[in-house]
Design a protein around this ligand. Structure first.
Ligand code: ADP
Length: 397
């Protein structure tokens, strides 16, 4: 009994086949440059040599067919026939307000994903393409859509409304949606399970710190607040995204630099964050900490600003939740950088949070990294969005 998880970009397709008996990955891979002159597939099976081949995929449907051929191949495959794959789970970026949970795909669901193209212009069309490719390549196989925005759907109006005229919410659905929802949902659920917390009352803060970064606060697994907004641009300082700014900055740059609004938004999405703050030198967090260690003053200030923003959010979320039981770190930086976790948690020593230096030095291990007498449990909790999608797909297929 296995579930195929697909994450489609406009010219790429990532996949994982997960055996749901023990939640082990049977195979995973990536198709790149779909629709270009030459495409490539990389197929990995644990314990076997990686397989890669240059092939021309005109469409996502051709790529999906090749994925199914490889998964059932007598040599490179991991299942005997397509029948052993029960369903396909799709990562879909934006569900608007229509979807308060993951859902089995039918014509109405596809229409709704299409209606959200404006809200997720880069991802939603590609996600829908992946769904339609599967419908063509393996007709009759159930498809389930798991939305990145679902976790944010439990925000009350006080949490999702911006301080702007209400008519824009009514007319255009302008509100906080939140992203990385699949990750926040997974980490929150695992933290409750791992620590045997009260599943209806547990107060949890999840810091998903990767290239893209966001933070969420939840009670009983339901999101109370989250840092990303209408788009993933809001909130923390990220690799290339600015996070929170005074909106008037946009007009100011437009005037001073004679730029269009689209150009400025492109700068805020792709040329800001620590990449922009270091004068377009550093976009990877490891390089940022290496530059700090080498004594680069600009890198030092950038890292301080990056940490300060996260500290402000954690502090605000502890107040909003009126306490916290568990703080979790996920994402490439959160899972691996003991330095960052310590730097952030130092600011909460006033309330009795203490990390165990030895445990905090580990990388990417799911474990409690706070001391037994810490007032709050702190965890390194590697995220697994694919597994969350597979679990949702199994539940709904
Ligand atoms: P995304 O999925 O948003 O692209 P990831 O969650 O993969 O990002 O995280 C990528 C980030 O994690 C990069 O900035 C990278 O430098 C950082 N990272 C990975 N390993 C480490 C490490 N050992 N210490 C610090 N940062 C790390």
């Amino acid at each position: 009994m296995s579930i195929l998880v697909l994450n489609c970009g406009s010219s790429s397709l990532k996949y994982q086949l997960i055996d749901m008996k023990d939640e082990k990955v049977l195979a995973k891979g990536l198709c790149e440059r779909i629709g270009e002159d030459m495409s490539k597939i990389i197929h990995k099976v644990p314990g076997k040599e990686d397989y890669s081949k240059e092939v021309k995929f005109e469409t996502h449907t051709e790529a999906v067919k090749m994925v199914f051929d490889l998964l059932t191949d007598s040599d490179k495959g991991v299942v005997k026939s397509i029948d052993e794959i029960e369903a396909i789970g799709h990562r879909v970026l934006h569900g608007g307000t229509k979807f308060t949970q993951s859902t089995k795909v039918d014509a109405k669901v596809k229409d709704a994903i299409r209606e959200c193209f404006d809200l997720g212009p880069l991802h939603n069309p590609a996600n829908l393409m992946g769904i339609e490719a599967c419908e063509k390549a393996v007709p009759g196989k159930p498809n389930v859509a798991v939305f990145d925005t679902t976790f944010g759907m439990s925000l009350g109006a006080a949490g999702y409304l911006y301080g702007i005229p209400y008519e824009y919410y009514e007319k255009y659905g302008i509100r906080r949606y939140g992203f990385h929802g699949t990750s926040h949902m997974y980490v929150t659920a695992e933290a409750i399970k791992f620590n045997k917390l009260d599943k209806d009352k547990a107060k949890i803060i999840v810091c998903h710190l990767g290239n893209g970064a966001s933070i969420s606060a939840s009670i009983g697994g339901k999101c109370v607040d989250t840092s990303m907004g209408l788009t993933p641009l809001e909130g923390l300082i990220m690799g290339t995204r600015s996070g929170d700014i005074d909106p008037a900055v946009i007009q100011y740059i437009m005037k001073k630099e004679n730029k269009t609004i689209d150009e400025v938004l492109d700068i805020l999405n792709k040329k800001s964050g620590y990449y922009g703050m270091t004068n377009y030198k550093i976009r990877d967090h490891r390089d940022l900490t290496a530059a700090v260690e080498a004594g680069d003053e600009n890198a030092k200030i950038t890292l301080k600003a990056y940490e300060r923003r996260i500290i402000k959010y954690i502090g605000a979320y502890i107040a909003l939740l009126n306490g916290v039981d568990c703080i979790c770190f996920a994402g490439g930086i959160g899972e691996n950088s003991g330095y960052t976790r310590q730097a952030l948690m130092n600011h909460f020593s006033y309330m009795g949070i203490k990390l165990d230096p030895e445990k905090n030095s580990h990388k990417g291990v799911m474990e409690v990294i706070s001391t037994p007498d810490s007032s709050v449990i702190v965890m390194d909790l590697p995220t697994n969005e694919e597994l969350m999608i597979a679990r949702e797909t199994l539940r709904l297929k």
